[in-house]
Ligand binder design. Structure first.
Ligand code: UDP
Ligand code: MN
Length: 255
């Protein structure tokens, strides 16, 4: 027992910044499978706090039970998408991301060291990604695989500085997906106006609009070997119609 304690203390030194992963999640046939896969990844990352935000009026039993059994330090929140998004919104998950940041602004302070990452439930994350982002000073960036009809999008780096973007959707100041950046906790706390905009949001612009409130291109910290390694993939789980036969009637199955 004493040996175990010693080892775990060595693995997570007290000054190691905490990685806060904010995950919006909503009821869909693949939800539990997606969360299971993501949980299996995050459980292996030291000093990580998972902020799971359900897109729902009330917290579901499914996610509540899943998190209780997850063996990951977590905070479970919920917020339904606003009425004007009920029939679909380009800013999918952003009401929930904003709530995750609100929680951090209320529950963490300038003495806390950490980094904030927006990790959707259906992406695929290499464990190495988390150590790349952990010591982010302001905003760090890296490539994202399987996105915008490409094998990857990525920041273009010259002499250690980000100078542009290889992207399927040019014309953005920050040509990255939600999965392609992390922000220092104190930068989030010091900039309460930095939120995702839902109302009137333009398709594909939310990451760029958000980052514009926090930093400038020249300050970005390129990770993953000057943005030449893919450590996260924008995988998408099959959409609902494939699983249209929902459940047996009158049988209690946990799915
Ligand atoms: N999401 C949500 N409410 C929605 C749609 C999506 O909370 O109405 C979450 C979803 O679970 C995921 C993130 O927002 O974590 C991004 O959604 P999705 O994966 O569907 O977007 P895509 O990958 O297609 O851009
Ligand atoms: Mn997705």
């Amino acid at each position: 027992m004493a040996v175990m304690l010693h080892l775990s203390l060595m693995e997570t030194p007290p000054d190691m910044p905490v990685i806060y992963v904010i995950t919006p999640t909503h009821m869909r046939p693949t939800q539990k499978a997606d969360l299971t896969r993501l949980g299996n990844t995050l459980r292996q990352v030291p000093n990580l706090h998972w902020i799971v935000v359900e897109d729902a009026e009330v917290k579901s039993l499914k996610v509540t039970k899943f998190l209780l059994n997850s063996r990951i330090p977590y905070t479970h929140l919920n917020a339904p998408k606003p009425d004007y998004c009920q029939s679909g919104c380009v800013a999918r998950g952003s009401e929930q991301r904003n709530l995750g940041m609100d929680w951090l602004r209320q529950n963490r302070g300038p003495l806390d060291s950490g980094v904030v990452y927006f990790g959707d439930d259906d992406n695929t994350y290499d464990l190495e990604l988390f150590e790349e982002m952990r010591y982010t000073k302001q905003v760090s960036v890296w490539p994202v695989g399987l996105i915008a009809a490409r094998w990857y999008e990525r920041p273009l780096v010259r002499d250690g500085k980000v100078v542009g973007w290889y992207t399927g959707f040019p014309g953005r100041k920050f040509g990255t997906d939600m999965a392609g950046f992390a922000v220092n906790l104190n930068l989030i706390l010091a900039n309460p106006e930095a939120r995702f905009v839902l109302k009137g949001a333009q398709s594909g612009m939310q990451e760029s609009d958000f980052l514009s409130k926090l930093t400038k291109l020249e300050y970005l910290e390129p990770k993953a070997n000057n943005c030449t390694k893919i450590l996260v993939w924008h995988t998408r789980t099959e959409s609902a119609p494939l699983y249209k036969h929902v459940k047996e009637k009158n049988v209690d199955i946990e799915a």
